[in-house]
Design a protein around this ligand. Sequence first.
Ligand SMILES: *[C@@H]1O[C@H](CO)[C@@H](O)[C@H](O)[C@H]1NC(C)=O
Ligand SMILES: *[C@@H]1O[C@H](CO)[C@@H](O)[C@H](O)[C@H]1NC(C)=O
Ligand SMILES: *[C@@H]1O[C@H](CO)[C@@H](O)[C@H](O)[C@H]1NC(C)=O
Length: 370
Amino acid sequence: MAACLGFLGYHYLLAVSLSLVIVLVHGDIHSFNTGHEVVKENEVSSCDFFQGSWVLDDSFNPLYDSSSCPFIGGGFDCQKNGRPDKDYLKYRWQPNGCDLPRFNGNDFLEKYKGKKILFVGDSLSNNMWRSLICMLHATVPNSNYTFGAKGLLSTFSLSDFGVSVNWLKNGFLIDMAYEKIGKVLKLDSISTGNQWLGVDVLIFNSYHWWTHSGRWQTWDYFQFGNKTVKEMDHMEAYKIAMTTWANWVDKNIDPSKTLVFFQGVAAVHLDAKEWNDPNHKDCTEQTEPVKGSTYPGPGVPGEAILKSVLSNMTKPAYLLDITLLTQLRKDGHPSVYAGRGPKFTDCSHWCLAGVPDTWNQLLYAALLQK
Ligand SMILES: *[C@@H]1O[C@H](CO)[C@@H](O)[C@H](O)[C@H]1NC(C)=O
Ligand SMILES: *[C@@H]1O[C@H](CO)[C@@H](O)[C@H](O)[C@H]1NC(C)=O
Ligand SMILES: *[C@@H]1O[C@H](CO)[C@@H](O)[C@H](O)[C@H]1NC(C)=O
């Protein structure tokens, strides 16, 4: 594991000041198969995986067949829920300067034998977690696995490999307390962090719950320092909370034992005007991505906040910067195929198989850099 962990030595990260470009640490040159051509690792190592575009590639197959993955869950199983189009399964993320290595599940299981991987975050963590366990199950379909949930913790493990990949549901990362006045978000407090200790790879995520208001809002008050307020700018609250999280990681994580990732902000497609489509309201009936490498709509406010917070950390946290690649995938959501009837539209989560498989390929690519 030490070798795998070394690549994120924080002096290297500081050296590139978190430019999110994967750096070549040891100068080794290995080749590996990307699924359509062999690339040199040093080419990949200097590449920014997060700038690129989606290309339709008929030779590209999803990493698993959704009908043979037992873990997808109703809301993400678009084919089962009757989605008629299939092109969305054939888009491959093409970084501008290199190719993304194709996920090699056997290699992953070999390297992560006996290791624990934990996703901590909201339902987009759930989306990514289910994608990864489908990818692993498809690698070793005949291996014994356990799959279950208890309270907020959902678990998957492959006993033959001693690998566990779990998801701990936690929308805010900081504390929410049930007090007399109501539900209070304690922006400068994390009391459940002990649940995040003792694992080899942590993949955090928090954003979407902060954007909620009105009847979607799941809290009553914000509290920080000695102040309790009913309302404040939600992005300001997000910044304080993520800083609290960053300080927790800086204080509690030993980077020689645990790799820390942050799953970046995933875009939503609630307004078709963003991509200049006058004929639709939202992501409904979208069957292809936005072309090119730029999204015509507005930016996602949380993205800059997150980058700023991460760049100020003293311990490394690697941002899986999925904002652009998700912005471009207006076709990747369940839309009316979320399994809750034709009136229920989901333009926030993602079909499986689908876009989260690419997030896990990015995770794999980062883990490959030893
Ligand atoms: C799978 O696990 C069960 C229960 O632990 C065990 O009885 C069985 O022998 C295992 N099968 C294989 C192929 O390892
Ligand atoms: C709240 O904190 C501010 C700044 O730290 C301080 O000036 C003030 O006295 C505190 N108020 C209370 C009620 O503790
Ligand atoms: C990060 O540090 C810079 C420079 O000290 C500061 O300007 C910025 O506000 C910090 N960002 C956050 C989110 O605290």
